[in-house]
Every structure is written in C-alpha cells, then in structure tokens.
Design a protein. Structure first.
Length: 295
C-alpha cells in the first residue's frame, strides 16, 4: 500500500470509531511512527507529492488501534503543544487545551500593560505545569510559583520543568513547584499580599455534566475536571478566596471557568475583595475566564 492508502485506511478506521479529527490524527500518528525529526508537515508534503515515507508499520498500527479505542492522541504520542512549549503528558495529568492559551495571553497582556519586568506570578492547580511554565518561559524576569495537589500530576509537572528549563535556562531557577491544596491558606503563606498576578485553570466542570467525549470522561483525572458541586463553582470560588489572600492591592486574577459560570464568579469575586471583575471570551467567542483586580 502507498503512504496515501495507509493514511486513508487509518483515517477511515478512526472515523468509524467516532474520532472527529480522524484525518489529522492519522497523519500525526504517521509522523510519530516515522521517528524523530519527522513532523506533520513532512507527512502532508509526502502525501501531496505522492512520495513514500519510511516508518515503523507495527508501531503505526498499534497507535491507530489505541486511538480507535478513544485513548487521547496526546497520551499515545506522549506530548502536547501549549503556546510555544511541547509538554510531556500521560495518565494522571490533565491534557492542556488551546482555550487555556487564551487565559495565559490575558495574563501576559496585563503584565505588559503594567510595565512589569519581574512580576510575581502564581499558578494554582498546575496540572502539567502548562500555565506557569508558559509564563516563566515567555517572561524571563518572572518569578513563578505553581501548586499541584495530585501526586501523579505533580510528577508530570516536575518532568516538564526539567524539559522546559533545557530550552529556557532561566526557568530552572525562576519556577518553583509546591505540592499542596491550592485552596488552602496554608499553601504559599509566605507570599500573602505580595503576588502581582494569579493565573489559574482550576477544576470547574459541574458534577451533573459528565463530559460526553471518552477522551475527556475516561482519561482526564476527575480531580482536574470536576468543580466539587452540581454547578461546578465550589472549587473556583475557593480559588478566588485564596487568590485574594495571595495578591497585593491592584494585583490581578485570571481564572478559566465553564461557559455557564461567568456571571456568578464575577459577582463572587466582587463580593470578596475584587474590583473590575468581568468575564472574557476565548478564541471561539465563548465566555471562558474571569479577570478581576484586587481592591
């Protein structure tokens, strides 16, 4: 079979299994099976030109079979892109999403508007480390503290810290990871009243809205998904309270939330020490994150 036939057959298998991005996933798996240095664009070029591509057929077939069982693509290839980073991920850690890149951008835009060269930043509920490591790598003068409760996710964050520090040496000393409850006043108490900005993606999925996608429902950790109440705002509200303790006057909170929670969380923030509370949209135009400034 030609490369085109192999990729088409794999895409058909994935489509039959309900994978919405079947063609893209088949090509990306082919790039992985072709080995180091081969990227998606190389597969696209080979398909366009009708060229062959050396790849491990057994590995490719095994990866397609795993994807057809709705195992997340990121688990199969072992990594996930996030802004300018490529993070290692796997069982036990939440896979970073593109919409969270919007949350980080909002935080970076605020830092830029404030003219800060050495901001003190906290990432609560760090997961893979995506938010904090993105900030530490894109703002070399930033001092970043990250908090994660899950032992499994903490281990992934440690791996990513080492990985990112190879490409961005300043991250080795400017990123500090702590295992603990992000909602507890006993976590990072030494920073109370001194932090410039908290950027966070806490668990917020309502308990009565179990995700339909098997990749999310069956593989993302419950601890990273569900917000602790039927409406999903219990943990986000506790994060707001902890952020209020960490931030200095005039400091900012940027927090991702469910599209149904914006008005309530804005009201909660305003009632608990924050001003200028509002909900902003992600790249798809949906209300995605809270932005608030401590009074």
């Amino acid at each position: 079979m030609s490369l085109n036939e192999v990729v088409k057959a794999a895409a058909a298998e994935l489509r039959a299994a309900g994978v919405e991005t079947a063609e893209h996933d088949a090509k990306l798996l082919m790039a992985e099976a072709a080995g180091d240095g081969v990227e998606l664009r190389d597969v696209d070029k080979a398909l366009l030109m009708g060229e062959d591509l050396a790849y491990d057929a057994a590995r490719f077939d095994a990866m397609v079979a795993r994807r057809a069982k709705r195992e997340p693509l990121q688990h199969i290839v072992g990594h996930a892109p996030f802004r300018y980073l490529d993070l290692v991920v796997g069982p036990g850690v939440f896979i970073p999403r593109p919409e969270t890149e919007t949350v980080v951008q909002a935080g970076l835009d605020w830092i830029t508007r404030q003219g800060m060269y050495h901001p003190r930043v906290v990432d609560l509920c760090a997961g893979s480390g995506a938010i904090g490591l993105a900030v530490a790598s894109e703002v070399p003068g930033a001092e970043v503290w990250a908090v994660e409760l899950s032992a499994e996710a903490y281990a992934w964050t440690e791996r990513n810290h080492v990985r990112v520090a190879r490409a961005y040496p300043s991250v080795a000393g400017n990123y500090h990871l702590e295992r603990g409850d992000a909602t507890s006043p006993l976590t990072l108490p030494q920073l109370d009243g001194t932090v410039d900005i908290v950027i966070t993606n806490p668990p917020y999925v309502p308990l009565d809205q179990v995700p339909e996608q098997p990749e999310v429902r069956d593989f993302d950790p419950d601890m990273a998904l569900y917000g602790g109440s039927a409406d999903g705002v219990l943990i986000p509200e506790r994060i707001i309270l902890r952020a209020a303790g960490l931030l200095r006057a005039g400091g900012a909170l940027v927090m991702e939330h469910d599209i149904s929670q914006g008005d309530r969380l804005v009201a909660f923030a305003r009632a608990n020490g924050f001003t200028e509370g509002r909900t902003d949209n992600d790249w798809t135009g949906r209300p995605r994150f809270l932005f608030a400034v401590k009074g």
